[in-house]
Design a protein around this ligand. Structure first.
Ligand SMILES: [Zn+2]
Length: 264
């Protein structure tokens, strides 16, 4: 069972990725900051130019929206935590058309008592429970993801989780966006990149995986030489092939979280 999350700014996601996923009938979870589609808000150069109407046009049958915090900025004032977490959730839920928004996908931002960017990052549920910000996240959302290290970190490139009917509190994601497309392919083989290895491990273990991606790389932003459209398309074809062969189910994170059976 594999879930795909796409973080952050809507423009490259909406202009490039949406059609790639729709053509393959791949569901996905959009980790969206409520502020980033407001007129005049700019977190990064590629975060401008689209609107709530564009977000509303996302195909709701395939796309789940999750809260990624209001601003994607570090929050140091405890009084600002509520607007950043609960306020963002309320805005995402109320933006027409009203949507079910169940989940929290952590941004790379630090909050008072809850480090989601600066190592050591909050990972397990105890880290969330030990701060006001973390408790707000846990209390207000049906599920929350954690911040597990990326493959170049010591934990290694394969992050999977048991899917045996027990809940997995704040699971971390397997990142796909790495230099030279290493998350999406190895030597041109989409089965050999970190993502492909993770999915293969999930199948072998009877586990699930949650894959994470930033589309800013598709427009040359957010890091040097990460991946290109061909590498991404190849990996999506790989996932689609596994799905069509019955080897994996590709689901939204809310479905991944609520699954009661092992799904391969
Ligand atoms: Zn983000």
């Amino acid at each position: 069972m594999v879930a795909l999350t796409i973080d952050d700014y809507p423009r490259p996601t909406l202009e490039i990725l949406v059609s790639l996923l729709a053509a393959r009938r791949l569901p996905w979870t959009s980790a969206l900051n409520a502020d980033t589609v407001d007129d005049g808000y700019m977190y990064a150069p590629w975060s401008t130019g689209l609107s709530w109407a564009n977000v509303a046009a996302l195909p709701s049958a395939l796309v789940e929206m999750a809260n990624h915090g209001a601003s994607h900025r570090d929050i140091t004032d405890p009084a600002a935590v509520d607007a950043e977490i609960t306020g963002s959730l309320a805005r995402l839920r109320s933006a027409p058309p009203a949507r079910v928004v169940q989940g929290w996908v952590p941004p790379g931002s630090d909050y008072p008592g809850l480090a989601l960017k600066t190592p050591p990052q909050a990972r397990g549920i105890a880290d969330y429970q030990s701060s006001v910000a973390g408790r707000s996240i846990l209390n207000d959302h049906a599920w929350a993801l954690g911040q597990d290290p990326r493959p170049q970190d010591a934990v290694g490139p394969v992050i999977t989780w048991p899917r045996d009917g027990h809940p997995v509190p704040v699971p971390g994601r397997q990142w796909l966006d790495f230099p030279h497309g290493a998350g999406l392919q190895s030597g041109g083989d989409p089965a050999g990149g970190f993502g492909g290895l993770c999915v293969a491990a999930a199948i072998a273990r009877g586990h699930g995986a949650i894959l994470g991606l930033h589309t800013a790389h598709l427009v040359g932003q957010g890091g040097q030489d990460r991946y290109d459209l061909g590498q991404l398309s190849g990996f999506l074809d790989h996932l689609t092939g596994l799905r069509d062969a019955g080897r994996i189910a590709v689901v939204r994170v809310s479905d991944w979280m609520s699954a009661k059976v092992v799904a391969r």
